[in-house]
Design a protein around this ligand. Structure first.
Ligand code: ATP
Length: 207
């Protein structure tokens, strides 16, 4: 990638969106893995049509949109079907991700994905920034935001990388245990640092 790419990761409810919104306010291009995963199956897309042919009309709602929960349920206990779906979607997601990361307009770019620690996507990034809070804060903020019950959030947390695994993989750690004003000043400090690193990378590219 020509531009400096900062990978942003963190567990559920750690504050990835709160952080990426603050970089976006500073005019930094944000590439979001969750948004790309949704875009490749937008109504009218070739991939959504393949899904409809393969799994049936039940997978689409009355507006022609993918019924994600129904699809998740369908592949949950069927590894072959899960693999079929992944071999359809992963190359499309990878292509779109590379295209967006290669066309970053700002001095550096942010790539937000919950799977940067677990998956191979870290290779796309120059540095990994991890948003860190204690498990109890993660639980409390997610339950407040989504009105989910405790066991549901705990199940998702157990399926993700552990706090320690994330910290071990991080180049930079953003402690989000404070209030939103304190988060904002931490993002500003990182932004200033990344601008310097971006300039250094640009100079290396020219020489
Ligand atoms: P997910 O993995 O589910 O997408 P996330 O990592 O993007 O979550 P956010 O949605 O940014 O997390 O934050 C979770 C909740 O906590 C949101 O309601 C957000 O407004 C709130 N929040 C984030 N940071 C703080 C903070 N420093 N103080 C108070 N509330 C916060």
């Amino acid at each position: 990638m020509t531009k400096l790419i900062i990978g942003l990761s963190g567990g559920i409810g750690s504050g990835k969106t709160a952080v990426s919104d603050r970089f976006a306010q500073r005019h930094i291009t944000v590439v979001d893995a969750d948004i790309i995963a949704r875009e490749v199956v937008e109504p009218g897309s070739a991939a959504l049509e393949r899904i409809r042919e393969h799994f049936g009309d039940d997978m689409l709602d009355s507006h022609g949109k993918l019924r994600r929960a129904a699809l998740r349920q369908r592949i949950f206990s069927e590894p072959d079907e899960k693999q079929w779906l992944e071999s359809l979607l992963h190359p499309l997601i990878a292509e779109k991700t590379l295209e967006q990361l290669s066309n970053i307009a700002s001095p550096y770019g942010l790539y937000v994905s919950p799977l940067l620690v677990e998956g191979g996507q870290k290779a796309l990034c120059d540095r990994l920034l991890v948003v860190d809070v204690s498990e109890s804060t993660q639980l409390r903020r997610t339950m407040t935001r989504d009105d989910n019950d405790r066991s549901q959030v705990e199940r998702i947390m157990a399926s993700q990388a552990s706090r320690q695994q994330r910290l071990d993989a991080a180049d930079d750690v953003l402690d989000n245990s404070g209030d939103l004003a304190s988060l904002d000043s931490k993002v500003e400090a990182l932004h200033q640092r990344y601008l310097v690193l971006a300039e250094e990378k640009a100079k290396r590219g020219q020489s």
